[in-house]
Design a protein. Structure first.
Lengths: 288, 288
């Protein structure tokens, strides 16, 4: 979204970034101040993809609509879909987007909810077939795959959520009991997505850890600058006030309905060993 | 491409459409006249997707570069890839695009050849990962699938081409020996893609034929206005001078390396029956 906002700025639109608190929650007061009668669109992710913060979307929509009923409200619900109860009608959003691969569906497919009556123009041109918003022939295999993944995610929604949360909690508790010098990133409890774990492991560079773990079949992401194309640490971790060294050693892990307790036990076996090895090699506390 | 040209026009660019002859070949004289020192981009499909016309890309590139060496030349080679010999270096094009599903690879994937040193900006914004020209996480399954499809298309290229041509010729000869009041659309011989058959079946509406054949497991496209979202007949057939009634009853069929002689025999069994049934129902010669 940040990149899209920057692009819109190049086109001459004015954009405003709303700050977040130390757990990643949007500042609703600042949102209220920012909306005026020239506001066209407000976009807030329903769940932050890095630290799992469940945003107060309903409250945000009410604030925006009270100040400017014409302003459209969009939420990227990719990290909410299949993880928290989410209902476009109850939330009163105008637009919502979800992504297939985030619920273990095929990559390259997503869906957009568009409130009836909203006028919309496609951003890409080409031969228009049965789809109005995207050129080309509709991708039937990916559509069917995404539909099936949605079915699987929602037919046992409650059980899936309980399982993701239980496995995530075991994972986080295990890491904190095995290692010291850690920071837990993002909120705890109900206001965090049940699948999300994000931990800064001080004195262990995230990129090195990512690679070492991948050799053991464990795949994590890192907020380390070294893992990122632009060599900037995670803007999310920076926004919640993490220092460079904390972002540098951060890893992001997500549980799914397909993981087992054995999988978590295996991660808890290899992760501390990898961290201790990397910490031993570096042998320094990092520089802020 | 037409829609993209129209979009560029909205953005303030001037665009020129180069006419084609009755077989769909681009008019090189008109191309020469159209290129001037303000020309930024010329785009010509290597093979027309509806009537299989193999365009003289090398000649077109030479003409464009002679008049304006700075003008970029793009060719959409989606219908050439895996069907005719095609070499970006020999043709001296600056940009070439191909599509996975056109060689029986997965849908939703393609590739672009970009001559080294050409400055390029992406048209969509979002999080940039390992790809510079398209936001988001690269789609590994589709990339692998497309690569495998390319391998299969090219490891027996000559044999595949011979097979596609032989099956296509059997199909066309069979249709012409079984039915009358037909028009063959596009060129014959080496200047036609080996997989492409396009026949106008007068007094048989293409949309009805498409549906009737699909019930028998035979999938064809039609240039009929009724098959098209905008209720306009195929602009390709119109451009080569076909009348409305001719476009209306046109069907497009393509052979692949996976089809067999039995498949063609089956099509030749069900197609004339379907045509005669539809012609009998309509019982008119159509109106121009």
């Amino acid at each position: 979204m940040l990149q899209v906002a920057e692009m819109m700025q190049k086109f001459g639109f004015t954009t405003t970034k709303i700050p977040v608190d130390h757990e990643g929650f949007i500042n609703l007061e600042k949102l209220k101040e920012a909306v005026d009668n020239e506001t066209i669109l407000v976009s807030v992710s329903a769940v932050n993809n890095e630290i799992g913060t469940v945003q107060p979307i309903k409250e945000a929509v009410d604030i925006v609509k009270a100040k400017n009923p014409q302003a459209l409200f969009h939420t990227d619900a990719s990290d909410a879909y299949g993880r928290i109860p989410f209902n476009v009608q109850n939330l009163n959003v105008d637009l919502a987007t979800v992504s297939s691969y985030k619920i273990q569906g095929p990559r390259g497919m997503g869906a957009m909810y568009l409130r009836e009556g909203i006028n919309f123009e496609r951003i890409l041109e080409g031969q228009i077939g049965t789809q109005k918003l995207w050129p080309g022939v509709e991708n039937t295999p990916l559509i069917v795959g995404f539909t099936k993944a949605s079915e699987l995610a929602f037919q046992n929604f409650d059980a899936n959520v309980v399982k993701m949360r239980m496995l995530r909690d075991k994972l986080v508790d295990g890491i904190f009991s095995e290692l010291d010098d850690l920071r837990f990133n993002g909120p705890k409890g109900d206001k965090r997505s049940p699948d999300n774990a994000n931990v800064s492991i001080l004195r262990a560079e995230g990129e090195a850890l990512t690679i070492e773990l991948s050799l053991k079949g464990v795949y994590v992401s890192s907020g380390s600058a070294c893992s990122r194309r632009l060599l900037q640490p995670s803007h999310v971790l920076v926004a919640i006030g993490r220092r460079f060294s904390e972002a540098h050693g951060s890893i992001l892990m997500k549980t799914t309905r397909y993981l087992t307790e054995e999988d978590i036990a295996y991660v808890l076996e290899v992760l501390p060993t990898a961290v201790n090895r990397i910490r031993g090699i570096v042998g320094s506390t990092g520089v802020d």
